[in-house]
Ligand binder design. Sequence first.
Ligand SMILES: NC(=O)c1ccc[n+]([C@@H]2O[C@H](COP(=O)([O-])OP(=O)(O)OC[C@H]3O[C@@H](n4cnc5c(N)ncnc54)[C@H](OP(=O)(O)O)[C@@H]3O)[C@@H](O)[C@H]2O)c1
Length: 265
Amino acid sequence: MSERTIPLIGFGTYRLEDHDQCAALVSEALEAGYRHVDTASAYNNEAAVGEGVRTASVPREDVVVATKVWYDRLDYGDLKRSVEVSLDRMGLSTLDLVYVHWPVSTYDPPRTFAALDMLFEDGLIDGIGVANFTIEQLESAREYCEAGIDVLQIECHPLLPQWELCEYAYSRDIDIVAHTPLLQGELEDVPELRELSADRNCSPVQVGLAWLQSRGISAIPGTSDLTHLVENFESPSIELTEDEQATIDGIERRRRIADPYFAPW
Ligand SMILES: NC(=O)c1ccc[n+]([C@@H]2O[C@H](COP(=O)([O-])OP(=O)(O)OC[C@H]3O[C@@H](n4cnc5c(N)ncnc54)[C@H](OP(=O)(O)O)[C@@H]3O)[C@@H](O)[C@H]2O)c1
């Protein structure tokens, strides 16, 4: 992405399918300070996300708007059309980041990235992302994508630290965005985070997000609750000590939420 960095906290919109609620929340998020909004053609809310972005008082150029192309639209012509439809639905002239949502089914690196490269050259998209890729798939994507892979989006949180994948991405200058960073709400109940948060004036969720941020990872928590929206946005102000980070690094239990039958792992 041209000179842009992904903010440490963004707003995830999966499951916000009520149009008015979603548009209002996106707009509220931007007014509260968020500058990154994540959607997907599969979330059935691109029109609402676009409306939220357009109606907020924040200049469009200050916001990273990201969407994703579903796995049945990854062949050359389909992908281009999918992005054009997303732009149309959102009422926007450009997208800051477009992801391959899952590297399966019609995913074909030469044809998929030729289409993304073309959209990039035409100025319709400003950055290219991949989601739910393995190291091997990321390696192959880098070979075919001429514009360069800007962002890897993966499930990441204290119960799924993804150490190797993150190290690989960072060593190739690829930013990381953590999806499902709150384990769809389960993060609140992780005892180590509860204990650490009790010693500070913050919540277990904020400690979990601060741990991602201490690793340089951006997160896109979702919420339909305005108190949570603000609470999540404030998490980057929490600086964990090395001991606190080590406690979370040391958690050995594993849990993955986004694990469909077609996942590539
Ligand atoms: N690339 C992919 O394949 C992929 C897959 C999944 C998700 N994603 C992206 O990642 C985003 C986040 O994932 P997600 O929304 O599924 O799950 P999540 O962010 O891990 O968790 C959302 C849940 O946490 C609760 N929550 C939010 N803030 C909280 C807080 N401060 N304290 C307590 N609970 C809180 C929410 O409930 P309330 O509404 O009550 O706050 C909601 O039930 C999605 O919106 C989407 O943009 C991408």
